[in-house]
Design a protein around this ligand. Sequence first.
Ligand code: AMP
Length: 654
Amino acid sequence: MDRRGKVAGRNHRRRQVPMSRYAEFYRRSIETPEAFWTEESRLIDWHTPPQQILDAGKPPFANWFVGGRTNLCHNAVDRHLATRGDQPALIFVSTETGTEKTFSFKELHVEVQRMAASFIALGVGRGDRVLIYMPMVPEAAFAMLACARIGAIHCVVFGGFASVSLASRIDDATPKLIVSADAGSRGGKVLPYKPLLDEAIRISRHKPASVLLTDRGLAPMDLVEGRDHLAAPLLEAHRDAQVPCTWLDAADISYTIYTSGTTGKPKGVQRDTGGYAVALAASMKHIFDGRAGETYFSTSDIGWVVGHSYIVYGPLIAGMATLMYEGLPTQGLDGQPDGGIWWRLVEKYKVTVMFSAPTAVRVLRKQDPALLKKYDLSSLRALFLAGEPLDEPTGRWIAEGLGVPVIDNYWQTESGWPILTVANGVEATPSKFGSPGIPMYGFNVKILHESTGEELTGAHEKGVVVIEGPTPPGFMQTIWRDDERFVNTYWKTVPGKLVYSTFDWGIRDEDGYFYILGRTDDVINVAGHRLGTREIEECVSGHAGVAEVAVVGVADALKGQVAMAFVVPKDGAALADAAAAQKLEGDIMKRVADQLGALARPSRVRFVGALPKTRSGKLLRRAIQAVCEQRDPGDLTTMDDPAALQQVRQVLAS
Ligand code: AMP
């Protein structure tokens, strides 16, 4: 069968109902998790093997591989030195600066030790937090691995966040050290990081002792005496440093990563060491089918969980080279437009596994389709897409264009690796367009009735997607420094049942394939990035001209969703006068971009005299969203003032 024919069969039509090998694999993972994960734990190196595979004595906390000691950096780097030391480990391509550079495992080992020694020189030790606020440059990966090596906890903050977002994360993580750079770059435009970082440190309560800065020569930097250090001389001073891996307990924290929820305060998702290493090694084998010596290309960013799991740790643990990419998907190494750059890289580096997001594919879809045929993509076995719903036209277009399976996978920052997808490494399983797939081993996924909590087992019954504990290795341990919030936020949403809520609506079809139907909470998904509407609302309501605000996510053909703000202005000018409205809209947009980052900036700010609320004063965000998307707003019997929703309709029509 030709490659194209195979794809069409896999993705569109074949209905292999009995998936016996995988069904058995899955059953073992749920019924006998200890035996199942004992086997998987052999995929990594342990300094001391675990004495107990799972301690679930204090639900919902799941403590994996108790007594085991290991190190993520050892598993990602050192253990490959003997067998593949000269093979590529990190391939860095920046179409922003025209840089292309490959580090072998040996070279990566050297770079990570230099970084680790520099951290130690700055007083960083086991358990200390290191906040990483970096563009996509190799130093960011070195810094993450250096933390793992010495047992420091990294907290990577996405470079697109601005000073207020960054400050709240600095206050929560209380880092001893912040690692950053002069600037990032996007579409040829230099984005200085240092002024944003300085402002964040100025407004944060916690002050880091040191800041380590990579100078890319993109933007000038003012250094703060005694606090700021340039990376180059420090790394040079430690050029031959040998820093052994610190053997950590399996439960020791490897990192925290912030994610948005229903409150304005981001949650520090906390992950362990041993469970995470095993989960990633297992997923590389069973889900991604990535093999040592091959190249993995994830187009995500190290600021997101996909970047942690599948740019840095997962591929390296599997002995693969990871391709780290800075730039747009539509720009070549010479800075000129090139909609085929990713495929050029697939050909050049013989990428076998690629991971991206539906939004990126929607961007590429606007390019000349011939670009997909221009390169030899025969190395590629599959393209994985995650982060937001994959619409069928996008999925079909790319599957047909590439001629390889396109595999949707559903997960969250909290899970660390896919919850729903297909595990072709266990058994070839068809994907269905519109569905991310079936529950992955270790995840006991159920659909529960929204209000009664009763399990819905019938096909096409809509409910909340939940996971029954114990959660598998790699899943978040807790919320950083807040066990209570972890339990109350995620595990207490269903009366009388201790289950983890994903806060996503879902249904399951006759064949057990899940379909995700959007969030049950106020979280929105812009271009695969998760944002809390409350965080944006808090920022907007800080503007002197704003009396009240509601932010909702509205469907967008390219980005999946965009934020839209409905504002009740303090004085009536913005309601009566178009010029005043335009000025206030511009000011509010700028405020959000400056404080939170461009990603969070509402696509439009609309002015209304009142916001639709329930009689108890709760904002009816879902009704506003429905009106924006020209859907039926549903049951409005609890609405206080129907005229308010009418106003929303009117401003949208104007
Ligand atoms: P994040 O924690 O930023 O990865 O966002 C997780 C959320 O993104 C999930 O709760 C879903 O709402 C959404 N999501 C992620 N992957 C998918 C997918 N494959 N299909 C549908 N929604 C997804």
